[in-house]
Ligand binder design. Structure first.
Ligand code: HEC
Length: 136
């Protein structure tokens, strides 16, 4: 094989690899707010965070939650409630993980007082949703 032919094969190989990586990324579906996140809020949070009595100045009811959290400053810390693309700078994630005090916040870990503990896979979904841009 000539050097040029070997080089061409290498380039072709790399192109195929890059193409399949892009396909894999596409097929891995990103969490969607309406399909994946709102149901967690309905189940775990909206009994307290509702329009009748938005504790902590926050309602997580359907049709309100997204606009109440994405890009909105937290009332308890210097963070936004949800900083799109950055779960570590998102106070809501700190509240459910329980690292809210070290993030400069206050109060209880969420969901508060319930024993209705949020599951690790639900936390991971919220984290992935934030890190992939907190899209609607
Ligand atoms: C039993 C009632 C109750 C439940 C259930 C509950 N919360 Fe809360 N939440 C509160 C109260 C009360 C506060 C304010 C006092 C505190 O932080 O401890 C609060 C505060 C917050 C704050 C702070 C808001 C800010 O602007 O700083 C966030 C974020 C939050 N809750 C998210 C959640 C999420 C997400 C869930 C569901 C996984 C949830 N909460 C479930 C009662 C609740």
């Amino acid at each position: 094989m000539t050097r040029l032919a070997a080089y061409r094969m290498l380039v072709l190989g790399l192109a195929i690899l890059a193409g399949s990586a892009a396909l894999a990324r596409q097929s891995e579906s990103e969490p969607s707010f309406d399909r994946d996140i709102q149901p967690i809020f309905d189940l775990r949070c909206a009994t307290c965070h509702n329009n009748d009595d938005p504790v902590g100045g926050l309602t997580l009811e359907m049709h309100f939650a997204y606009d109440q959290i994405v890009g909105v400053p937290s009332l308890q810390s210097g963070f936004k409630r949800v900083e799109p693309g950055n779960s570590q700078q998102s106070y809501l994630l700190h509240k459910i993980v329980g690292t809210h005090i070290s993030a400069g916040g206050t109060g209880f870990a969420m969901p508060a007082f319930t024993g209705n503990l949020i599951r690790p896979e639900e936390i991971r979904l919220i984290e992935a949703w934030i890190d992939t841009g907190a899209k609607k």
